[in-house]
Design a protein around this ligand. Structure first.
Ligand code: ZN
Length: 300
């Protein structure tokens, strides 16, 4: 596997054409996979980030510091878990746009409580997508967006505290979806795009079957435009993840996830989930597809 250290050389064709059409090529957003990788590396270097643990406090501080000049909102709440009440922290970063409504990109950032004793750093599972969204933010903060606002959400408590079930998982997304359902915020969301475990060097993103059809089609269209369609949706699989509380409330949502990580999925939820299994190129591919998907949603 070739490691590309300065962004993606064979980049999204559509962006290249756009860059040619518009003279100011340097102003055209191209996703920086190397930067996303660097963020993910620094974030995973914090170590395990399980709720109630010392690494989690550092992870919160990392996010606060990263977005200290942006519109950062902290959504702190107490979750009832099998180990009792646990204080959790979602983070929301808003980049305003000119169109009425918002596109939400999400990830979880914490690691698993049950894996707290095996040095599980979740390089791909949590850190990679946190880095992805941080690099997306770098491209959004320059000026007011022409299209919809883009909100980035860093969810806490995605992983089960004990055993995965409807009540022991996705604490942060269930909390935020309920809160935003109550105060009318959900009505502003045009699309919710969740990223999970897409840093895998061997990228094969499943078509998650609980996701909204038109949004899946749009992501597929974006992947095709970027020349990356072979990495997207070659197989179908239902996955329970942070998108479900939004799906259930009628928000168009997609989980962009690669749940096939390592030989026989051997790196998933093990101490093997380290940065050497993650690639800047995979992050660049998904970043390019996300930016293109945002553009397509703005055109709808
Ligand atoms: Zn996980």
């Amino acid at each position: 596997m070739t490691v590309v250290s300065h962004g993606r050389i064979a980049s999204c064709l559509c962006l290249t054409i756009l860059a040619l059409v518009f003279q100011h090529a340097s102003a055209q957003a191209r996703f920086n996979g190397a930067k996303a990788y660097e963020y993910a590396k620094s974030f995973s270097a914090i170590g395990p980030r399980w709720p109630t643990g010392p690494g989690h406090v550092k992870a919160e501080a990392f996010i606060r510091n990263q977005f200290k000049h942006d519109q950062l909102e902290e959504d702190t709440f107490t979750a009832n878990t099998p180990i009792g009440p646990v204080l959790l922290h979602n983070f929301i970063v808003r980049f305003p746009g000119k169109k009425d409504g918002a596109i939400v990109l999400g990830t979880h950032y914490e690691t698993n409580y049950p894996l707290r004793n095996i040095n599980f750093v979740g390089a791909n599972d949590g850190a990679a997508t946190t880095g992805l969204l941080m690099a997306v933010a770098d491209q959004l903060r320059a000026k007011k967006l022409e299209g919809y606002s883009v909100w980035l959400v860093f969810f806490d408590g995605e992983e089960a505290i004990q055993h995965w079930s409807a009540s022991d998982s996705t604490y942060g997304s269930r909390h935020l979806a309920a809160k935003w359902g109550g105060d009318g915020t959900l009505g502003k969301i045009r699309a919710f795009i969740l990223a999970d475990m897409i840093g895998d060097k061997d990228l094969d993103i499943q078509r998650e079957s609980n996701s909204t059809g038109w949004l899946v089609d749009l992501v597929r269209q974006a992947a095709k435009k970027c020349g990356d369609e072979r990495h997207f949706f070659q197989s179908d699989e239902p996955v329970e993840d942070d998108h479900l509380p939004f799906v259930k409330r009628g928000v168009p949502s997609i989980d962009v996830i690669d749940l096939d990580y390592g030989p026989n999925n051997g790196y998933h939820h093990t101490a093997q989930d380290t940065m050497d299994k993650v690639s800047a190129r995979s992050l660049a591919m998904v970043g390019d597809v996300f930016l293109e998907t945002i553009r397509l949603i703005n055109q709808r």
